[in-house]
Write a protein that binds this ligand. Structure first.
Ligand SMILES: [Zn+2]
Length: 542
């Protein structure tokens, strides 16, 4: 099967290079630095008000994006509309009084949010947990491809599942166990919440640990006191656990030691294949007051219908939302998001224009999608992946980007989630045609593959790529590139200073856009269906 696929791919590369080579090059050259600059300057302007969902900034942004899609020759992707409504609910949770963990006469009182960070994705106004049993479920992972089931033999229905963050590969460094230090999706907190819900748990609480989480306890603490955004549940969806959250490392160790356990020893034990979870012997009680506000935002998308197979498509994505107007820093209160995600929307529009400039429309369709509410937890892209305008199995591939740094031409193309699918091999070919090389994300333990808009596609079984030049400047080398990224993260990322600056250099984003155009073109101009690599956690979804 594999051999057939590669033979087919090789054949179609050959065909493309004979018949479409010059045309591909010509279309690719419509991707230009000055156009990327103009798009970025516009999207990062104060008149877009920081592009926050549910605000006047949303109206300006989505109207402008649909206008640009039309101008470059796309048609509305949702029937006769450019917009797909994404129903969301904003939930604010207040913990009323203390959270109490008790067993027999022992009683531990925890204060939210300092000792325990609690959220409640529930439409109920009052949620009460009254002395429900706590069950230690190891890493909270059910992964058939690794022969791993932390819930085997456990009944957590109506109970509180207590789980460890990340996966056993990180703590053992054993590359035969999950993916070693590279975080699998099983390591992400979102997965742990979803699995606990599938098991019927009434609550799921993760034991915080900074290395495995990739951040301090201050992050879940802060997010627990901010309103959470959730998609409105569709009928038939598994309802999420009504109570989710994190124990700080200190409170977890108090709770465990009261029952005679040690968190570090439990973590070591839970890394062993065949580990069995158990009831902790204590129960947890809390009362939560929720307030819900329903609101909806929109995804924006255009389609270039395929000539022969319009029902099959590739999707190119770049989220449009950012943080709007907020707390001022250095006298600036507009969170313009020029790099997050203006440069990337520019990248998507330029790829779109390369497609419409082709003399002959390709066989399959191209969809350019600008999802909403990425910053709130990939909500727009999740909604699109669950409710696509074409049959889900006809989405052949997704190409997403985020945070494209305008720092000039790069030798590398950094693939976040390297080794997941055949798209890597196709991109490697495109990279070598540009005199570039592919490299894996140097920090795979942070699970970045699970933190942008390609991920809901991957979860739906659609091969999805998140790749950009990032680490090796053609002109100034690796250290310089690392310093640029560090400077952006420290001084501009999610801050009002993420503005358009005239010294931005778009030459590298030109090459990134051309590389993705190259790969996407070869897919829509052929019958190639890229596959997940064996061993990928998404290989068995479709
Ligand atoms: Zn972003």
């Amino acid at each position: 099967m594999k051999t057939c696929l590669y033979a087919l791919m090789a054949l179609s590369f050959f065909v493309a290079s004979c018949s479409g080579g010059d045309e591909l090059r010509r279309a690719s050259e419509t991707i230009k630095a000055d156009e990327l600059r103009e798009y970025t300057r516009t999207l990062g302007a104060d008149s877009f008000m920081g592009r926050k969902p549910f605000t006047p900034g949303e109206e300006v942004t989505v109207a402008w994006l649909s206008g640009e899609l039309e101008r470059i020759g796309f048609r509305p992707a949702f029937g006769d509309s450019w917009f797909q409504e994404v129903p969301m609910v904003e939930i604010t949770t207040v913990v009323d009084g203390k959270v109490v963990v008790s067993s027999g006469k022992k009683r531990i009182e925890l204060s939210a949010p300092d000792d325990i960070a609690i959220e409640s994705p529930s439409m109920k106004q009052v949620v009460v947990l009254d002395e429900i049993p706590m069950v230690f479920c190891g890493f909270g992972i059910v992964a058939p491809e690794y022969g791993w089931n932390d819930y085997a033999g456990l009944d957590v229905k109506g109970k509180c599942a207590v789980v460890l963050v990340n996966d056993p590969g990180l703590y053992t460094g054993d590359t035969t166990l999950f993916k070693g230090r590279t975080m699998t999706y099983y390591g992400r907190w979102t997965y742990k919440y979803e699995e606990a819900a599938r098991q019927g748990a009434a609550a799921v609480i993760i034991i915080h640990e900074p290395v495995g989480a990739g951040y301090d306890y201050s992050i879940p603490r802060k997010s627990s006191i901010s309103p959470g955004f959730y998609m409105e549940q569709a009928e038939g969806d598994i309802t999420p656990c009504p109570v989710t959250g994190w124990f700080s490392a200190e409170s977890a160790s108090r709770i465990m030691s009261a029952e005679g356990y040690d968190v570090e020893i439990l973590r070591k034990d839970a890394c062993q294949a065949g580990f069995r979870g158990f009831e902790l012997g204590s129960s947890i009680s809390m009362k939560l007051l929720n307030s819900q506000v329903k609101n909806s935002s929109v995804n924006v998308a255009g389609i270039l219908p395929g000539r022969l197979h319009p029902e099959e498509c590739v999707v190119i994505t770049a989220h449009w939302d950012h943080f709007g107007i907020g707390e001022a820093e250095n006298g600036d209160s507009i969170y313009n998001g020029a790099v997050d995600n203006g440069t990337t929307m520019a990248w998507a529009l330029e790829i779109g224009e390369a497609f419409t400039s082709l003399k002959k429309r390709p066989e399959r369709s191209v969809i350019i999608l600008f999802p909403t509410a990425e910053e709130q937890g990939l909500l727009g892209s999740s909604w699109f992946a669950a409710n696509p305008p074409v049959e889900p199995q006809n989405i052949i591939a997704c190409f997403n980007n985020d945070l494209l740094l305008p720092i000039g031409r790069m030798k590398d193309i950094m693939v976040t989630g390297f080794g997941q699918s055949d798209l890597d091999d196709m991109l490697a070919e495109a990279a070598s045609r540009q005199g570039r090389y592919l490299m894996p994300d140097p920090n795979p333990e942070t699970g970045m593959y699970f933190r942008s808009d390609h991920f809901p596609f991957a979860k739906a079984g659609i091969p999805a790529l998140f790749a950009r030049g990032n680490c090796d400047s053609r002109e100034f080398g690796k250290e310089w590139a690392a310093a640029q990224e560090k400077d952006y993260i420290a001084n501009k990322y999610h801050k009002p200073a993420d503005n358009y600056y005239p010294d931005m250099n778009f030459d590298g984003i030109v090459e990134d856009a051309r590389a993705v155009f190259d790969v996407a073109y070869r897919i829509v101009a052929s019958e190639i269906r890229p596959q997940w690599k064996p061993g990928s956690e998404f290989a068995n979804v479709r």
